[in-house]
Design a protein around this ligand. Structure first.
Ligand SMILES: Cc1cc2nc3c(=O)[nH]c(=O)nc-3n(C[C@H](O)[C@H](O)[C@H](O)COP(=O)(O)OP(=O)(O)OC[C@H]3O[C@@H](n4cnc5c(N)ncnc54)[C@H](O)[C@@H]3O)c2cc1C
Length: 315
């Protein structure tokens, strides 16, 4: 039974190389092969990435489904025809939805928030975050076929020593029935680069006191050549839009440097930034949870401190 990873859209999502590494590990442990299933617009990009990650089989679906509904129909049709054993999805915002719905369509169990998979005698041993990111749960999956939605931030992508030959198969699916059930009429404005790929992120929280003070976070990010984000509390309060939210229900980031300003360090926020190499926190409460994760901490009023730090960063 093969291990498959599904990708779609106009561009390969961040985290795909990590998901391919996981797929290759599962396949090796089960003595089977990986097939990477992509929709047609991704073919060229996928060929190159597959070769680098030792994935020698690429199934290109001859369709360019637009939107979640259409992707679900196309992938479910693929699975009915090919019956893969382990179905992996990179857990982006869309990926989480597509995984669950494909599983529903083909009658397989699905597990989301997966962070690690290993092989056990009885099946697959899977670790996933649970209770909104507060804890990790371990599952033993004994069913022969499963759908896993994978959070890739804790996986390190492994490149093959030499690029491999990739065999491409074009797969026809019945795309006639893949009309989208809804259409996107407007999208929130997004920064040119993806927050998930940023090397430096400055994030603000409710400790900034009021919306106007968030400008300081933007200026600090600008001074450091990084990007800015925020906690859900300030998204809910309407200070910034949800495309900038870091956390379990926002963006999962893994920058080199994450500066958390006026953020308490709730587990759901940390789910989106704890993979950062270095976290610096500014909080006026010395007992704030964020200091448990931070390599460097400053206890103080962020609204007073930020202008000084911005000046220093600009110099
Ligand atoms: C299912 C679920 C999913 C969630 N998903 C997310 C998510 O994706 N992302 C997310 O962020 N949250 C998420 N949350 C919410 C999360 O639990 C917290 O409520 C949220 O992260 C708190 O945001 P905050 O730290 O900005 O605000 P607060 O918790 O209000 O913390 C503000 C902090 O600022 C400090 N402070 C106050 N004044 C100052 C000052 N002048 N200078 C310096 N520090 C100061 C305070 O000491 C405090 O630590 C989720 C919750 C649930 C239940």
């Amino acid at each position: 039974m093969t291990v498959v990873l599904f990708s779609w859209g106009e561009k390969i999502e961040g985290g795909t190389a990590e998901a391919l590494t996981l797929a290759a590990g599962i396949a090796a442990g089960r003595g089977t092969q990986v097939r990477w299933v992509v929709t047609s617009a991704l073919e060229q990009e996928a060929r190159a990435l597959a070769a680098l990650h030792d994935v020698s089989r690429l199934d290109v679906i001859d369709a360019s489904p637009r939107g979640v509904d259409a992707c679900v129909t196309v992938f479910a049709a693929y699975c009915r025809a090919r019956a893969p054993g382990v179905l992996l999805f990179n857990q982006t915002v869309e990926g989480r939805v597509v995984a669950a719905r494909v599983a529903g369509r083909i009658g397989l169990p699905v597990l989301a928030n997966v962070v690690a998979v290993s092989i056990a005698a009885e099946g697959l041993r899977v670790e996933a975050t649970a209770y909104g990111g507060d804890t990790r749960a371990e599952y033993l999956l004994t069913a022969p076929r499963n759908v896993l939605s994978v959070v890739t931030t804790s996986i390190v992508a492994r490149r093959a020593a030499e690029a491999c030959q990739v065999e491409v198969e074009h797969v026809a699916v019945d795309a006639g029935a893949t009309t989208a059930g809804f259409d996107v009429v407007s999208s929130p404005s997004v920064q040119a680069q993806r927050l998930e790929d940023a090397e430096i992120i400055v994030s603000g929280g409710r400790g900034l006191g009021r919306r106007e003070n968030f400008e300081l976070v933007k200026q600090m990010a600008d001074a450091l050549g990084g990007m800015w984000g925020g906690s859900r509390a300030i998204v809910d309060d309407g200070w910034i839009d949800s495309s900038h939210q870091v956390g379990l229900t926002g963006k999962i980031t893994r920058p080199g440097l994450y500066i958390a300003v006026g953020i308490s360090g709730a587990s759901q926020h940390m789910a989106g930034c704890s993979a950062a190499k270095t976290i610096i926190a500014i909080n006026k409460d010395p007992d704030a949870s964020i200091f448990r994760y931070a390599r460097y901490g400053v206890v103080g009023d962020c609204v007073e401190l930020l202008p000084e730090l911005i000046r220093a960063a600009r110099n």
